[in-house]
Design a protein around this ligand. Structure first.
Ligand SMILES: *[C@@H]1O[C@H](CO)[C@@H](O)[C@H](O)[C@H]1NC(C)=O
Ligand SMILES: *[C@@H]1O[C@H](CO)[C@@H](O)[C@H](O)[C@H]1NC(C)=O
Ligand SMILES: *[C@@H]1O[C@H](CO)[C@@H](O)[C@H](O)[C@H]1NC(C)=O
Ligand SMILES: *[C@@H]1O[C@H](CO)[C@@H](O)[C@H](O)[C@H]1NC(C)=O
Ligand SMILES: *[C@@H]1O[C@H](CO)[C@@H](O)[C@H](O)[C@H]1NC(C)=O
Length: 619
C-alpha cells in the first residue's frame, strides 16, 4: 500500500504544472470551504474506494508540495506588495499566519487522514491491550503504567494472560514457571481499579492455544496430531477443558463485564476424523456458540467478545441462523494503515446486519515485524487515525454504534515466536495513539498533554522546533530523548542498540565481505596475509566492547521492568549474536595470523562441490 501511494506521489511530483493548479485548489479548500467529506458508507462501491484512495494520496502529496509553494510565497512577501489596499494587507497577514501554523503542523509529520475537524469521533471505550505471552511486566511497572494510561485517556485494559495465569487443578501444567500468582493477579486488578480502568480478561479457546496443546497431557485435544495450533472442537474433552479455563479465569475476575474468548487465526480446522465431515463455517460457528454458552451458563451477564477475522468470509445467513449476534460481539482488528483494504465495506454491512455493535482493534506496537525492537510511531498513528475515520463512518450503521477500540500491543506474534517490541520501548507510541483516540485527532494543540504525560522537560518556546517530527524521527528517539516516563531508560537503550548495531554491521560487512583477506574463503583455506588481518582487526576490540557494554546496560535498563527470563531472552535475541560473531572473527584472525608458511597456488578445490553435484575436473 505504502509503495503504491509513494508511486502515485512520485508521479504527481513529476507533473509540477498540474501540482500548481491542484495546489491552488487545495488552498481554496483550506481557506475557503472545508475538507472534502468522505462519502457515505452506502456509496462505497469498490471503484469509489479506489478513487478515494487516489484522492487521499493526491491530497497528501499536494499538502507537501503546497508547503513548498508557501515557502516561496513567504520569501517574496518581505518585498513591498504591489497592492496599496490596507484590507488586502490585513488579509495577507491572516493568510500568512494560517500558512505558518499549517507549516508547523506539516513539520510534525502526522499522517494525513481526512477526519471531521468540527465533530471529532471519540470511541466511548479506549482499552489498552497487555499481551502477557511475552515479556510480562513486573507488578511494580504496571503500578506506574496504569495511572499514566488513565491520564492519557484509557478507560480499560485487555489482559491476554496466555500462560501467565496461575491455573490450578488439571490445568496446572499449562502455567508458565514465572507466571503471576493469585495474589499478584489480585494486586493487578486492585491497581486497575485504583486507576478506574475496567479489566477485560482474554483467553484463547480455539486457535492459538499452542501454550496448552504443546503439553503431552493436552495433545489429545489437538485438531492435528502433530500441531499444537488449534483445538479440536468436536471432542467432549475439549469442552471440559474450556469449561475449566473459563471458570478459573472468571473466578479471579468477578467484576468483569466482558470475557474475550480469542478465536482468531484458527489455521487448522476440519482436519481430524470427526471434523472432516463438517463444513468449516459450521465447525467454527458451532464451537463459538458452545464456548459462549459455557460462559453464559455460569455468568449470564458477561458479554463475550471474539476476534473477527474468521467471520470475514462467513455468510451472513449462517451467522444469523446461528444467532451469533446474541452470543458474541466481534472485535474487528486491522493493524496496517489501510483498514478498508482488509475489512471491506460489504463485510461491515454484513456485520451490521448480524451484530448490534462491534469493537475495533488497532495497534501501537507489534504489528510491523516479528523481530522489531521499537515501533514505528508514524505507521501506528496512521493506523489509529484511520480507525477513527472508519469508526465514525460505521458507528451509524450498527444499531448500538461502536462499542470501543482496543489498542493492541503484541509482545510475540504467537507462543513460539521471539519477542517483538517491548512495552517500555513503546510507551511513546502508546501515548500518542491513546491521546489521539481519546481526542478524536492528533495535532500540535495536544503537545502539552503529550509531553507532560511522558514527563518530558518543558520546552522553552522554540517556535521553529516541532515537538515531534515523525518523518525524520518515526521512532521519536531524538525528540523524546530527555523524557522520564516509566521505562524511558530502556527506550533510550533501543536507540543505542540501533547505532551500535549499525556500526557493528558496517564493521562485519567491511571485514567479511568487502575486504579481501578475511572472507569465508580465506578462513576455509587458512590463507591470508597476516599484515592485512592485523589491519582488519584493529577496530575489533572497540566494536566488541561496545556490544558487551550495551548488553550490560540493557540488563540494567530492564531490571525494574522485567524478570531475568525476559531480560535474558531479549539480550540473547538482539545483542548476543553480534558478540559471538565478533568473537568468531577474533578467533579466526588468530588462526590466520598463526600461519607463517603457505602452500603454492592453486589452492585445492572445495571437496563439498562433489556433494552438490557441481562438475569440476582438476587433474
Ligand atoms: C487540532 O485539531 C482540532 C480538531 O480537528 C482543531 O479544532 C484544532 O484547531 C487543531 N489545532 C491546530 C493547532 O491545528
Ligand atoms: C504435570 O506434569 C508432570 C510432569 O510432566 C506430570 O507428572 C503430572 O502428571 C502433570 N500434572 C497434570 C495435572 O497433568
Ligand atoms: C459427549 O457428551 C455427550 C453429552 O454429554 C454425549 O452424548 C456424547 O456421546 C459424548 N461424545 C463423546 C465422543 O464422548
Ligand atoms: C574463541 O576462542 C576461545 C579460546 O579458544 C574460546 O573460549 C571461545 O569459545 C571461542 N569463541 C568462539 C565464538 O568460537
Ligand atoms: C590454520 O593454521 C594454523 C597454523 O598452522 C593452525 O593452527 C590452524 O588450526 C589452522 N586452521 C584451520 C581452520 O585450518
Amino acid at each position: 500500500m505504502n509503495n503504491y501511494l509513494q508511486r502515485i506521489g512520485f508521479t504527481v511530483w513529476r507533473r509540477k504544472t498540474t501540482i500548481i493548479v491542484l495546489g491552488g485548489i487545495l488552498a481554496f479548500l483550506i481557506f475557503g470551504v472545508n475538507f472534502i467529506r468522505v462519502p457515505e458508507k452506502d456509496d462505497y462501491m469498490k471503484e469509489e474506494r479506489d478513487a478515494q484512495v487516489i484522492a487521499d494520496a493526491l491530497l497528501r502529496s499536494i499538502n507537501v508540495k503546497f508547503v513548498e509553494t508557501v515557502n516561496r510565497f513567504k520569501g517574496n512577501s518581505a518585498q513591498p506588495t504591489e497592492s496599496t489596499n490596507m484590507d488586502q494587507n490585513k488579509e495577507d497577514l491572516t493568510v500568512k499566519n494560517q500558512v505558518e501554523s499549517l507549516e508547523i503542523e506539516q513539520q510534525l509529520g502526522i499522517p494525513f487522514v481526512n477526519l471531521d475537524s468540527k465533530r471529532p469521533y471519540v470511541p466511548s471505550k479506549r482499552i489498552v491491550h497487555f499481551d502477557l505471552k511475552g515479556a510480562p511486566p513486573r507488578i511494580s511497572y504496571l503500578k506506574r503504567l496504569f495511572p499514566l494510561i488513565k491520564t492519557m485517556g484509557a478507560t480499560g485494559i485487555l489482559m491476554e494472560y496466555e500462560d501467565m495465569f496461575p491455573f490450578s487443578g488439571f490445568l496446572k501444567n499449562i502455567t508458565a514457571k514465572n507466571a503471576y500468582t493469585v495474589e499478584q493477579i489480585k494486586e493487578i486488578l486492585d491497581l486497575a481499579e485504583e486507576s478506574k480502568l475496567d479489566v477485560i480478561p482474554l483467553i484463547q479457546t480455539f486457535g492459538h492455544v499452542e501454550f496448552v496443546l504443546k503439553h503431552p497431557e493436552f495433545s489429545n485435544i489437538r485438531e492435528v496430531v502433530g500441531s499444537p495450533q488449534a483445538l479440536c472442537p468436536s471432542r467432549n474433552s475439549s469442552l471440559n477443558f474450556i469449561k475449566e479455563l473459563v471458570t478459573q479465569v472468571m473466578v479471579l475476575h468477578p467484576n468483569s463485564k466482558y470475557l474475550h474468548i480469542g478465536c482468531d487465526e484458527v489455521f487448522q480446522m476440519g482436519e481430524c476424523d470427526v471434523c472432516r465431515l463438517e463444513l468449516h463455517e459450521t465447525l467454527f460457528l458451532r464451537h463459538v456458540r458452545k464456548v459462549a454458552n459455557i460462559v453464559h451458563e455460569k455468568y449470564p451477564e458477561v458479554r463475550v467478545i471474539i476476534w473477527d477475522d474468521m467471520l470475514r468470509h462467513l455468510s451472513q445467513q449462517t451467522m444469523i441462523d446461528m444467532n451469533l449476534g446474541k452470543l458474541v460481539e466481534p472485535m474487528v482488528w486491522v493493524y496496517a494503515e489501510d483498514i478498508y483494504r482488509f475489512v471491506q465495506p460489504p463485510v461491515w454491512d454484513k456485520y451490521a446486519v448480524v451484530f448490534k455493535t462491534a469493537w475495533t482493534a488497532s495497534a501501537f506496537k507489534g504489528a510491523f515485524g516479528e523481530t522489531m525492537y521499537i515501533p514505528n510511531t508514524k505507521r501506528h498513528l496512521e493506523n489509529n487515525l484511520r480507525w477513527l475515520d472508519v469508526m465514525s463512518q460505521q458507528s451509524s450503521v450498527f444499531k448500538q454504534g461502536m462499542a470501543g477500540i482496543v489498542l493492541t500491543g503484541w509482545q510475540r506474534y504467537d507462543h513460539f515466536a521471539v519477542l517483538c517490541e517491548l512495552l517500555p520501548a513503546a510507551v511513546p507510541s502508546l501515548a500518542i495513539n491513546l491521546i489521539a483516540v481519546s481526542k478524536g485527532y492528533f495535532n500540535s494543540s495536544l503537545k502539552d498533554q503529550f509531553l507532560s504525560a511522558l514527563s518530558c522537560p518543558i520546552q522553552n518556546n522554540l517556535r521553529n522546533s516541532p515537538f515531534i517530527s515523525l518523518d525524520s524521527d518515526p521512532f521519536m528517539w531524538e525528540k523524546l530523548s530527555k523524557c522520564m516516563f516509566p521505562g524511558s531508560p530502556f527506550f533510550r537503550l533501543t536507540y543505542r542498540l540501533h547505532s551500535t548495531e549499525k556500526e557493528t554491521n558496517e564493521y562485519l560487512h567491511l571485514t567479511k565481505k568487502q575486504k579481501g583477506w578475511m572472507t569465508d574463503y580465506n578462513i576455509r583455506h587458512n590463507y591470508s596475509l597476516p599484515l592485512r588481518v592485523e589491519e582488519l582487526t584493529n577496530e575489533l576490540p572497540r566494536v566488541y566492547h561496545g556490544m558487551i557494554s550495551l548488553a550490560r546496560s540493557a540488563a540494567d535498563a530492564m531490571l525494574d521492568i522485567f524478570d531475568g527470563y525476559t531480560i535474558s531472552e531479549w539480550i540473547e535475541q538482539h545483542i548476543y549474536p553480534y558478540i559471538i560473531e565478533l568473537e568468531t572473527i577474533q578467533n579466526q584472525s588468530l588462526a590466520l595470523k598463526s600461519v607463517n608458511q603457505w602452500p603454492s597456488r592453486p589452492l585445492p578445490p572445495l571437496k563439498d562441490f562433489k556433494r552438490l553435484g557441481i562438475p569440476l575436473s582438476v587433474n
